[in-house]
Each structure stands twice: as structure tokens, then as C-alpha cells.
Write a protein that binds this ligand. Structure first.
Ligand SMILES: NC(=O)c1ccc[n+]([C@@H]2O[C@H](COP(=O)([O-])OP(=O)(O)OC[C@H]3O[C@@H](n4cnc5c(N)ncnc54)[C@H](OP(=O)(O)O)[C@@H]3O)[C@@H](O)[C@H]2O)c1
Length: 258
């Protein structure tokens, strides 16, 4: 068991599948009580159903592009959990695209999804958390190393570093630790879909595209969603009591910058 997770009251956002789902699953396996959210009710209900044999879990539907919904999600989650100890903040993905073809609306939508939602969630969570509270924001390797055709992520996610740093300093006195994780190539439905789309567009076999990506990952494979989840659990646990304001890449060595 990971020390300090059992009995924790945890909100995991964007958790009907992928990294969020794996994070909720790992918290439940370690004895936490969990609320998960997503903006598709039927996918959310399916996820709650499949997680419910592991421990106490509830779902709340909320669109992370709406500040009002993010704010009420955090409050309602704390009500249902009887308090809030951990916020594991994950979002959906922004639209792929480049400077030359993304519209003003795309930028505004991306800002709401990736940044405004994190600002509101952190603000609301800190009103409810007591000493020992943990906030973990999951962003992306693009925060360290821009990737082609992911300009919304390349540009906007940099602000997650600002949020983590600012909030960690402001909340240190209250005993709340704030950190971030930066996932690298992690095999989820979304990545399978990206590879499939590239394969169709470029007329190349899936395996060829997969190999092309993996050759730049020093550990020689894609990450598993549970491996991102484990880093989030570490930051929520008693093993990380002197870590705040950190951004931890979980990317098999993909980002080569120092
Ligand atoms: N996988 C990777 O390699 C990788 C690498 C770096 C960063 N990331 C980032 O990590 C995050 C999760 O990635 P993933 O691969 O796990 O994605 P995924 O498998 O596509 O899952 C995305 C989750 O976000 C939810 N979601 C999407 N839009 C939402 C919205 N507006 N409001 C509320 N929930 C929303 C989806 O739920 P519903 O559809 O049920 O609403 C789903 O649960 C994304 O931000 C992604 O960009 C992923």
C-alpha cells in the first residue's frame, strides 16, 4: 500500500477513460474514496459502474470548459465526499492545429479547457481543503518540448507551470502542496485515435507510425495510463511531504531538455 492514500477523499476530473480513469482506479485500489467527472453522462456512468467494485466511487457530470460547472463540480464533490483531501486535475485534450489554421474561437476554447478550468478548480479546492491537502495538475510533455500540430497545448500548457508555482508558494503556509505531472506518450484511446488518423492521412501502416514515435522515447515504449496515475498517487501520498511547486515529467525520457 502507498502510505497516506487510504481513506483520502479524492476528486479526479476527466476520468471516464484514459489517464483520469487509471488515476481514479489506482486511488480506489489504495483505499481512497473517489468522485470522478467527465462531460459525457453515459461514458461517466459506465466508468463509475466499472470502478465501483474497487471501492466507493461517484460520478458528477461537468464540462471543464465552463467555469460555473468546474466551480460547482468541486463544491459538489466535497459535499458528496464529506470534505476534500486531494484534487487530481486532468482535462480533455485541446483541438490539434497550428498557428496558421487555429481560429480565435479555438484559442478561446483551449484557454477555457486547459487554463481557466485549472484556475477555478484550484481556487475552489483550496477553499475546502485543510492542512495536508494535495493538488496535482496533470498537463503534458508539451510544457517542456513543443510538439508539431499541437499548438494549443504547446502554448497554453506553459501557464500550468505558472499556476503550480504560484499556488504552491501561496498555499504553503496553509499546508497544501501543489504539484504537476507531465505525461509523455501514453497509450490511451486518444493516442490510438491519433495514430489511426495519421495512418489514414499519410497512407502508412499503423505499426510504422507507432515505431516512429517510440524510437524517440529512451525507454523504448509508450507509457501506460497507470504509470501516470502512480506519479499522481505519489504526489498525493505521505512519500512526498517535502515536494511542492514541482513539475514531474512521466515520459520514459522523451523530453530531452534540462
Ligand atoms: N495520452 C497521452 O499520450 C497524453 C500525453 C500528454 C498529455 N496528455 C493529456 O492528458 C489528458 C488526458 O489524456 P488521455 O489520453 O487520457 O485522453 P482521453 O483518453 O481522450 O480521455 C480524455 C478524458 O477527458 C474527458 N473530457 C474531454 N473533454 C472534456 C470536457 N470538456 N469536460 C470534461 N471532461 C472532458 C473525457 O470524458 P468524456 O468524453 O466522457 O466527457 C475523458 O474522460 C489530456 O489533456 C491530454 O491532452 C495525454
Amino acid at each position: 500500500m502507498i502510505p497516506g492514500i487510504k481513506g483520502k477523499r479524492v476528486l479526479v476530473t476527466a476520468a471516464s477513460r484514459g489517464i483520469g480513469y487509471a488515476t481514479a482506479k489506482r486511488f480506489l485500489e489504495e483505499g481512497a474514496t473517489v468522485v470522478i467527472s467527465s462531460h459525457d453522462e453515459s461514458k461517466l456512468n459506465k466508468a463509475v459502474q466499472s470502478l465501483s467494485n474497487l471501492g466507493p466511487v461517484k460520478g458528477i457530470k461537468a464540462d471543464l470548459t465552463s467555469s460555473e460547472e468546474v466551480s460547482s463540480l468541486v463544491r459538489e464533490a466535497a459535499e458528496r465526499l464529506g470534505g476534500l483531501d486531494v484534487l487530481a486535475y486532468i482535462t480533455g485534450s485541446p483541438k490539434p492545429g497550428e498557428m496558421t489554421n487555429l481560429s480565435d474561437q479555438d484559442w478561446e476554447d483551449g484557454f477555457k479547457l486547459l487554463i481557466m478550468s485549472a484556475v477555478v478548480a484550484v481556487r475552489e479546492a483550496t477553499k475546502l481543503m485543510k492542512r495536508g491537502g494535495r493538488i496535482i495538475l496533470s498537463a503534458s510533455m508539451t510544457l517542456l518540448m513543443p510538439l508539431p500540430r499541437l499548438d494549443l497545448s504547446n502554448v497554453l500548457r506553459l501557464s500550468i507551470a505558472g499556476i503550480v508555482k504560484s499556488a504552491s508558494i501561496e498555499l504553503a503556509q496553509s499546508g497544501i502542496l501543489v504539484n504537476g505531472v507531465l505525461p509523455g506518450w501514453t497509450m490511451t484511446e486518444r493516442i490510438e485515435q491519433i495514430i489511426e488518423e495519421r495512418s489514414i492521412k499519410e497512407g502508412r501502416r499503423r505499426e510504422e507510425i507507432e515505431r516512429e514515435i517510440v524510437k524517440d522515447i529512451p525507454l523504448g515504449r509508450y507509457g501506460k495510463p497507470e504509470e501516470i496515475a502512480n506519479a499522481i498517487l505519489f504526489l498525493a501520498s505521505d512519500l512526498s511531504t517535502y515536494i511542492t511547486g514541482a513539475l514531474i515529467p512521466v515520459d520514459g525520457g522523451y523530453t530531452k531538455c534540462i
